[in-house]
Design a protein around this ligand. Structure first.
Ligand code: F3S
Length: 396
């Protein structure tokens, strides 16, 4: 990969340790994927923030980078392992909290915003159509490429951090127009109208075509909360970093001839595959983190009621600020449900605390099982909130 004189100097250590390390990471990546050069970027989202996943080795790496590393573009963080302000309320132990706070402090020292959300586009990190960016967090990557029309590969934590410190990314993959074209037409003939059904659609498409880029038809009406859900599940179950939805995705693509169909039966099968529990002892909504419209709906469903089951509503602190002003936080807390900022069911250290998770998120089921060994139940927002109040599951 070609490096300018200035970039070579960085590689030789002229701008300090963190910049040198970052240049080593980006040049290695560029060489592996055949990038011709490094290109400037405008925005970064860094995943790999929970101490639960990083451990001491990850914390040490970050503190070493923070000695002289400084972000040069707008950069936000993915969720951490706890609510930074109310970790005790979520039952997180003090030893874990101490380490998690050190992780976030290292990022903040590097000039990175502790937005601690997987929906950075709802928290001020909102690149525009056509911008080249370097995001990690698979659901946000799909959202950026497919809904915003920005250009990003699916970065890992270290490569995203390196891009933040240098303002550069290797020019390959989804930064190139020719790699953003749809490769398979997918006709959604099922009726799909809720967050959980869009999650099931992503599951079915992902299982059917893996990491190919689909051109999806048959979606006539879709809201932000449902798009988030689709982005999260298609990335989780198939591995793609981009899709096109007819009439929604702003980028142009040729339309492939080869077509598959996702039927009502496929959606039912997806629900069945994501369900192996019975009565939930943990309910979580907000995977990906809730939009203000979702919080409004949850507040109205819980208004004047009391929950019988541990219930977490996960969201960014930015969206919580809006919810506070609109009275939604108060209504949700009055029911006994918890507002959990900065974190989520997958990255908080929850293994062994709960047996069965109920959620409206297909991705949440995947990580609830994989990371925390939960049994899972998937249903609509209404079904999840009804289970929170009654303690009984009637959804799915
Ligand atoms: Fe976000 Fe956690 Fe889900 S990072 S997409 S809420 S697994």
């Amino acid at each position: 990969m070609y490096l300018s004189k200035e970039q070579e100097k960085i590689l030789n250590g002229d701008r300090g340790h963190a910049a040198k390390k970052s240049m080593e990471i980006l040049t290695a990546l560029g060489d592996i994927y055949g990038a011709d050069r490094l290109i400037p970027i405008t925005s970064v989202q860094v995943a790999g923030v929970s101490y639960h996943n990083l451990g001491d080795a990850g914390l040490e790496f970050l503190e070493e980078m923070a000695r002289d590393g400084k972000a040069v573009v707008k950069t936000t963080l993915n969720p951490a392992g706890m609510d930074l302000e109310d970790w005790e309320g979520l039952g997180i132990d003090a030893e874990f909290a101490k380490k998690q706070i050190r992780v976030v402090q290292a990022f903040v020292k590097m000039g990175i915003s502790p937005a601690l959300t997987c929906t950075p586009y709802l928290a001020g990190n909102d690149p525009k159509f056509g911008e080249h960016i370097a995001w990690s967090e698979s659901s946000a990557v799909v959202y950026a490429n497919s809904i915003i029309g920005a250009y990003t590969n699916r970065e890992g934590g270290p490569s995203a951090l390196s891009s933040a410190l240098l303002g550069l990314t290797p020019n390959y993959g989804l930064h190139l127009e020719e790699n953003r074209q749809a490769t398979r037409k997918v006709k959604a003939s099922a009726t799909i109208s809720s967050i959980s059904e869009f999650g099931a659609l992503g599951y079915a498409i992902g299982k059917a075509i893996g990491s190919e880029i689909p051109y999806i038809t048959g979606i006539h009406e879709v809201r932000l909360s449902e798009l988030k859900s689709l982005c999260a599940s298609i990335a989780t179950f198939g591995g793609t970093a981009m899709f096109h939805i007819e009439g929604v995705t702003p980028n142009k693509t040729t339309v492939p001839n080869e077509e598959i169909e996702i039927t009502q039966k496929d959606i039912e099968n997806a629900f069945a595959s994501l369900t192996d529990g019975k009565d939930p002892d943990f309910i979580s909504l907000g995977c990906p983190h809730c939009s203000i419209e979702e919080v409004e709906k949850i507040a109205s469903l819980l208004s004047g009621k009391k929950v019988k089951v541990e219930t977490w509503i996960t969201l960014s602190r930015a969206v919580k600020g809006q919810a506070d002003r609109l009275g939604y936080t108060k209504a949700i807390r009055a029911s006994g449900a918890k507002i959990a900022c900065d974190t989520c069911l997958a990255v908080a250290p929850l293994t062994g605390r709960f047996r069965c998770l109920a959620t409206n998120s297909a991705k949440g089921c995947y990580y609830g099982r994989g990371n925390n060994k939960f049994k899972t139940l998937i249903g609509s927002t209404e079904e999840c909130m009804s289970a929170a109040v009654t303690g009984k599951w009637k959804g799915g």
